[in-house]
Write a protein that binds this ligand. Structure first.
Ligand SMILES: [Zn+2]
Length: 633
């Protein structure tokens, strides 16, 4: 049987240097504003001093305290990524101080969770379903791997390896061990990372055990509930779908339950499909991907419509104003699709990755970097605004770690291949075998679809340059050193240019980036008769700030006009420099109703100029309404 292992290897973010006006300023804001802001908030809320093990806490505690260790862990990860590309002695000192506190809190047996060490020592590992111990462990492992890779200092990595050893001693299929697994997946993908950082196969096997055992009968969560004296039928979330444990993952037909948990689990499933060359796990990913992407994903790459379970409901249930679409869930979507992309370089995964990254992810943080959205609705009556922090602050440090490492998503290499997944003015230093290849992208993406790739090599080198043809792009021109290439995309959706590359070789790629009106499948009842505006990778929205004293839901657009008459206008001084879209709409007039609730004649309409801005920068001006899906009649 053929191997299904990944043919692509991602080029790490440390090798991709942005020189653009889109990502580079966001990386700078992340470094100078977001990461320090999160540190202050972690200090203020006692999440860092918790590792001194001197706090007092009521028992039982609100769940938010139980996973408090994960927030400094994600901050260490974000700060380490930032240090890896931008040395900063002050930040380095802070990271080391937090790392030392974490190490100091570790128990002699390797256990490391501040809440259970201090507040409920007799309840360690007694409620895996609800209590997030391994979720925290996973984030600490990811932080430790990032810290080691950024600084070369292995002290935190060694501590978290001891914790992983302790977990492996405690859980597994062997006699005498608990057959448990965490209610919030995260440790599985973290153990794969820990395996790669340490070379210790034990961690990879443990990750596999956790994925294989999840949802098996007799059900561990039933057993541990009974052992605590609880009735498993009284589980507050009512279904193990919430914790991705209703059935073993290979038997899942739909993406269900808590959206972040689903994405973190499936990221590990994708990793293990590769590590163990397991086609059943890759098939599982593909089956669930089809369900998610064709029936359950918002146009912005947001996922999980419901606040009730922070997750999924049913197919085609995509309400815009009440969309939960947690920032962390889109982060998980990006992580999962990035992992799937590496198997055979199928552009459909990069399309989802790009949709999430440029829309439903970036909307999670303000332009000045210190205000965040937890939920990312596609419509707002003006009552939603970014906040400095949340009672449950999972999203801010998650945003910070993704922005600091966003270069991870741009390139991959293979034995004699380079893949370009995303576009930005940047320089990338890659390796094919023992040969160095530098690729410089010159572009104004995402404001313009023209990209020039300049290749530099030490000596002529033969490889295939695979350039992604995005799903939104219907027409393009491609040329090599000025000679037009008449290429059609390969079956994976990439344009493949085989060539013996010399320094100075240049590929010009012009992706048409028209303004598009996009409809939702008629099965999405909440979006019937509505149209969204997209240009390139960006979803657009109307904001109250551009439509004074007008209720945005009263604006209707003519689908014919959107693609034909609407115009793009780059405004360098607006919202960090964005291309806005101008056009004409019809304002449904509420005059002449004489206080009636119903009448037999249609309301009048008046023509109105409208301006759409990228969804990712909404709510960066005065508070007001916002709307992605517009009436068409
Ligand atoms: Zn979150």
């Amino acid at each position: 049987m053929d191997s299904i292992k990944r043919q692509l290897t991602p080029v790490p973010f440390t090798q991709v240097h942005f020189k653009d006006d889109f990502w580079q300023p966001r990386l700078e804001v992340n470094r100078t504003a977001t990461i320090p802001h999160i540190y202050r908030k972690l200090e203020e809320t006692g999440r860092i001093s918790a590792f001194d093990l001197k706090f007092e806490r009521e028992v039982p505690s609100p769940i938010v305290f139980i996973f408090g260790d994960s927030d400094p862990a994600k901050w260490i990860e974000a700060a380490s990524y930032s240090l890896a590309t931008h040395p900063d002695p002050e930040l380095q000192g802070l990271v080391d101080r937090v790392a030392d506190k974490i190490i100091h809190a570790q128990q002699p047996d390797g256990y490391l969770n501040t809440h259970y060490i201090v507040a409920q020592p007799d309840m360690k590992w007694k409620n895996l379903r609800d209590w997030h111990e391994m979720y925290c462990a996973g984030h600490l492992m990811e932080g430790a791997v990032a810290h080691f890779q950024a600084t070369g200092d292995s002290k935190l990595l060694e501590a978290l390896s001891r914790y992983a050893d302790h977990i492996d001693d405690t859980f597994g299929p062997q006699p005498g061990k608990k057959r448990g697994y965490c209610g919030h997946p995260e440790v599985e993908l973290a153990l794969v990372r820990l395996y790669h950082a340490t070379g210790n196969q034990r961690y990879l096997n443990l990750a596999k055990y956790f994925v294989d055992e999840r949802g098996a009968q007799p059900h561990y969560y039933d057993q541990e509930a009974r052992a605590r004296g609880d009735d498993p039928a009284k589980f507050w979330a009512r279904t193990y779908e919430y914790c991705q444990a209703q059935v073993p993952v290979r038997q899942q037909e739909k993406v269900v339950g808590h959206a972040v948990r689903a994405m973190y689990l499936l990221s590990a499933v994708a990793d293990l499909a590769h590590e163990f060359d397991d086609p059943t796990l890759l098939e599982t990913c593909n089956r669930l991907w089809d369900n998610l992407i064709t029936k359950r994903m918002y146009f912005t790459g947001g996922i999980g419509p419901s606040r009730h379970n922070e997750g999924f409901t049913m197919d085609y249930d995509l309400p815009d104003e009440t969309a939960y679409a947690e920032t962390c869930a889109t982060i998980g979507l990006v992580m999962w699709n990035h992992r799937l992309l590496q198997f055979s370089g199928e552009s459909r995964f990069a399309d989802v990755l790009e949709r999430g990254l440029y829309n439903g992810f970036l909307s999670g943080v303000s332009l000045e970097g210190t205000h965040f959205l937890y939920e990312n609705p596609l419509s707002s009556a003006g009552d939603r605004h970014r906040e400095e922090w949340f009672y449950c602050p999972c999203c801010p440090p998650n945003v910070a770690r993704i922005i600091a490492s966003v270069g991870n998503y741009f390139y991959s290499t293979g034995t004699s291949d380079v893949w370009v997944h995303l576009f930005a003015e940047s320089e990338a230093s890659l390796r094919i075998g023992d040969q160095a290849v530098k690729i410089t992208q010159s572009t104004q993406y995402p404001w313009n679809g023209a990209v020039t790739f300049q290749v530099e090599v030490d000596q002529p080198l033969t490889f295939i340059l695979h350039i992604r043809l995005p799903e939104w792009c219907e027409n393009y021109q491609l040329s090599l050193n000025g000679t037009a290439l008449n290429l059609k995309p390969e079956s994976n959706g990439y344009l493949a240019i085989p060539h013996t590359w010399k320094s100075g070789d240049a590929v010009s790629y012009a992706m048409d980036m028209p303004i598009r009106g996009v409809w939702a499948n008629p099965a999405v009842r909440q979006l019937e008769g509505r149209l969204a505006i997209q240009r390139g990778p960006l979803v657009y929205c109307l904001e109250g700030a551009d439509h004074h004293a007008i209720i945005l839901d009263r604006i209707a657009v003519d689908p014919e006009q959107v693609g034909r008459d609407f115009i793009v206008d780059f405004q360098p001084g607006l919202l960090g420099g964005v291309a806005v879209i101008h056009g004409q709409g019809a304002l449904i007039d509420d005059r002449g109703w004489d206080n009636k609730l119903y009448r037999s004649s249609a309301p009048a309409r008046t023509e109105i100029a409208i301006t759409a801005v990228p969804y990712c920068v909404w709510d960066n001006r005065q508070p007001g309404e916002m709307r992605v899906w517009l009436r068409t009649a």
